[in-house]
Design a protein around this ligand. Structure first.
Ligand code: ADP
Ligand code: MG
Length: 241
C-alpha cells in the first residue's frame, strides 16, 4: 500500500481550506487521488472551488486541515520557499488568465520557470539547449517561427494561451495543471489546442489535471470527476468512520 501510494501524483485526505475565516466558503475534500500518467478532467460550476483546489495542489495555498501529498511529498512539511521551489520543479501551470509577463518577449516568458527549477533546466539543456527547446515547443504548439522576440502583450488570446502552455511544458515537469485554459477559445480552436497539448503530454508522460465547467471536454480525458463527488459531505463521511 505504501509503495502504491508513491505512484500517486497527488493524494488528498481530509483536506479543508478557507481563504478567510469570515468567508462562508470552505473547500472540504474527503479522499482524492490522481495516479501518475492520468489525464484528469475535474468539472465544477463557477465558484465551486476548482481554482482553490489547484492552489492547494500546487502549494500556492496551504490547507488548514488534512494531508496533501504530491509525488510522495507532504506539502505541509515544506517551508514557504520550499513549496515555491517544489512547485517550480514539478508543476507546469497554465493559469486561466495565462499570467504572462506582458512586457517580456515570448522566449523569456517560456524560459522563466527554468530560473527556479534546476532539474527542469537540466532536462531542457539535455534536450538540445534551453532556447532551442523553447522554440521547438512554440513551433509544436502551432506558433510561427519568428514569434520568440515578440512582446507578450502584442499576442492574440489564442497565441498567449500557447505561449503559456509552452512555459508549462518546458523542462518536462511531472504534473501539468490547467485552469480552464480553453474558456477563451471558440470550439474549433479548443479542439486544435487540446490536440497539441495532448501530443506534447504523450511525449513526456506527464500527469494532466485540468479543471473546467465545460463537460464537452470530457471525451479527451482518461478520467472525469465532478468536484461535487469528492467534496466531503460531512454527515455521511463521519458516519462511515
Ligand atoms: P472556481 O474556480 O470553481 O470558479 P474558486 O476556487 O475561484 O472557484 O472560488 C471558490 C471560492 O473561493 C469563491 O467564494 C471565491 O470568492 C473564493 N476565492 C477564490 N480565490 C480566492 C483568493 N485568491 N482569495 C480569496 N478568496 C478566493
Ligand atoms: Mg476558477
Amino acid at each position: 500500500m505504501k509503495a502504491e501510494a508513491a505512484t500517486d501524483a497527488v493524494r488528498l485526505q481530509g483536506v479543508e481550506y478557507r481563504w478567510n475565516a469570515r468567508d462562508p466558503f470552505c473547500l472540504s475534500i474527503g479522499e482524492f487521488e490522481v495516479s501518475r500518467g492520468e489525464r484528469l478532467l475535474l468539472l465544477g460550476a463557477s465558484g465551486s472551488g476548482k481554482s482553490t483546489l489547484l492552489s492547494l495542489l500546487t502549494g500556492i495555498a496551504l490547507a488548514q486541515a488534512g494531508s496533501l501529498e504530491v509525488l510522495g511529498q507532504r506539502l505541509d512539511e515544506l517551508s514557504g520557499s520550499g513549496r515555491d521551489r517544489f512547485r517550480a520543479e514539478h508543476f507546469g501551470i497554465i493559469f486561466q488568465m495565462f499570467n504572462l509577463l506582458p512586457y517580456g518577449v515570448v522566449i523569456d516568458n517560456v524560459l522563466l520557470p527554468l530560473s527556479f527549477a534546476p532539474e527542469r533546466r537540466a532536462r531542457a539543456t539535455a534536450a538540445g539547449g534551453t532556447e532551442s527547446e523553447a522554440r521547438r515547443l512554440l513551433s509544436a504548439l502551432g506558433l510561427p517561427a519568428d514569434i520568440g522576440q515578440q512582446t507578450a502583450a502584442t499576442l492574440s488570446v489564442g497565441q498567449q494561451q500557447r505561449v503559456a502552455t509552452a512555459r508549462a511544458l518546458i523542462g518536462s515537469p511531472e504534473i501539468i495543471v490547467a485552469d480552464e485554459p480553453t474558456s477563451a477559445l471558440d470550439d474549433d480552436r479548443q479542439q486544435d489546442f487540446l490536440d497539441l497539448l495532448f501530443g506534447q503530454i504523450d511525449a513526456t508522460k506527464a500527469t494532466l489535471i485540468m479543471v473546467s465547467h465545460d463537460r464537452r471536454l470530457a471525451r479527451h480525458f482518461t478520467r472525469v470527476v465532478q468536484l461535487t463527488d469528492i467534496l466531503a459531505t460531512s454527515k455521511r463521511e463521519s458516519d462511515k468512520r
